[in-house]
Design a binder for this molecule. Structure first.
Ligand code: AMP
Length: 401
């Protein structure tokens, strides 16, 4: 059966078509700069490659353009839209919903209610859902929540030490994000380590433009670094990660900033960008460091140091760690930061093999030495495939109405 996976962001809409249960990607496309007047479409399916400007004033128009490519005779992917048996959607915030859910009025309400906690993500996710519902009415559609993997965290991990009524009345708690990616790499790593997933203990490190670490016990998330919002935790491309919450007060007072301004500064002007003054892209910061830029070096050292602190903390959370798993843009490609993050962890049983580490770029690999008590792995993430798998599980038996 063919499953279309949709990931709708504020100005982009990505689609991947999968043949399930074979897990085979048949086509992949994205429309960027939706609503900006110069929208651009990229599409590939087998030998067919399309790159062209397109009319996409909104998400429905972007989806229409991508579906047009799937139906195009030249691509030969689909002859009829009815061949798509189900649609899976990435939805960032599902609150305390613990599973992927068939989209009905209740699920739409969950997405709407949680928009207040993910104002940049849930509204465009919802726009993608609505566009697909309109185009394929009656077709089973499934919401796959980024937060769902972390709903197994115990209260001691997800509560903040603030008045409890803020949790019961205002839902203030850590939710965690990147769950679809952490779940995918957990299952792959268990497979590579030949350990049943419900017995594997891992520290999974999703290091992209956004970064998060998760402590996985017996295949389930028991703690994660992102919190009520994706601002908490590790240093990221433009986000500060952990800061003293008192900073909010003093920045607002001293710089005469509104709460929204401070929030913006910590989300968009901080992290590697704010520290290095170079960029949010690790490749550019590494180049600047090599050229002798002191701030670039400080930014990368701090990034690796904070990462190491989380790894150490999660060793304490888990007791036994079978594997450290690096994924996403930095984790999959940057041997230098992987090495720096693992430096000094020999006492915890983590010993990298320098040659294996250097050779592992963008592919699955074990990069620890043979005598390392904890394996270190690189596992490229595949959130679209994970969404297809979960959509298949939820909608597999559902006939189109
Ligand atoms: P993602 O959000 O997973 O797409 O990751 C994007 C980030 O990965 C970029 O901003 C870069 O910082 C980083 N990245 C991608 N490729 C490399 C590479 N070859 N070396 C170092 N960092 C990389």
């Amino acid at each position: 059966m063919k499953i279309l996976v949709i990931n709708a962001g504020s100005s982009s809409l990505k689609c991947t078509l999968f043949q399930m249960p074979e897990r085979r990607a048949l086509a992949d496309g994205v429309v960027e700069k939706i609503g900006e007047g110069d929208a651009f479409l990229s599409f590939s399916a087998g030998a067919t490659e399309v790159r062209q400007s397109c009319e996409a004033a909104d998400h429905p128009a972007a989806l229409q353009a991508l579906v047009g490519c799937l139906l195009d005779e030249q691509s030969g992917v689909l002859t009829d839209l009815n061949e798509i048996a189900a649609v899976g959607h990435r939805v960032v915030h599902g609150g305390e919903t613990s599973h992927s859910a068939l989209i009905d009025e209740g699920t739409l309400q969950v997405i709407r209610e949680n928009s207040v906690l993910a104002p940049l993500h849930n509204p465009p996710n919802l726009a993608g859902v609505e566009a697909a519902l309109h185009m394929m009415p009656g077709r089973p559609q499934v919401a796959v929540f980024d937060t769902a993997f972390h709903t197994s965290m115990p209260p001691r991990a997800y509560l903040y030490a603030i008045p409890y009524s803020l949790y019961t009345e205002r839902h203030v708690r850590a939710y965690g994000f990147h769950g679809t990616s952490h779940r995918y790499v957990t299952e792959r790593a268990a497979d590579i380590l030949r350990t049943p997933v419900d017995r594997v203990n891992l520290i999974t490190l999703h290091l992209g433009n956004g970064c998060s670490a998760t402590a996985v016990k017996n295949g389930r998330s028991v703690d994660t670094s992102m919190g009520m919002t994706p601002l908490e935790g590790l240093v990221m491309g433009t986000r500060s990660g952990d800061v003293d919450p008192g900073l909010f007060y003093f920045l607002a007072e001293w710089l005469d900033m509104s709460p929204a301004d401070v929030y913006d500064l910590l989300n968009r002007e901080s992290g590697l960008t704010g520290l290095s003054g170079v960029s949010n892209d690790v490749r550019e910061i590494l180049a600047a460091e090599s050229a002798g830029d002191r701030r670039a070096k400080i930014a990368l050292d701090l990034f690796a140091y904070r990462l190491r602190k989380y790894i150490g903390a999660y060793f304490a959370v888990l007791g036994r760690v079978d594997g450290l798993v690096f994924t996403a843009g930095i984790g999959e490609n940057c041997a230098d930061l992987r090495r720096r993050a693992c430096e000094g962890l020999e006492g915890l049983g983590v010993v990298l093999d320098e040659a294996k580490n250097a050779a592992a770029v963008g592919r699955e690999a074990v990069i620890s030495s043979d005598d390392s008590a904890t394996a270190v792995l690189v596992v490229p993430t595949n959130e679209a495939l994970q969404i297809a798998v979960e959509t298949y599980d939820v909608a597999g038996g559902t006939e189109p109405q």
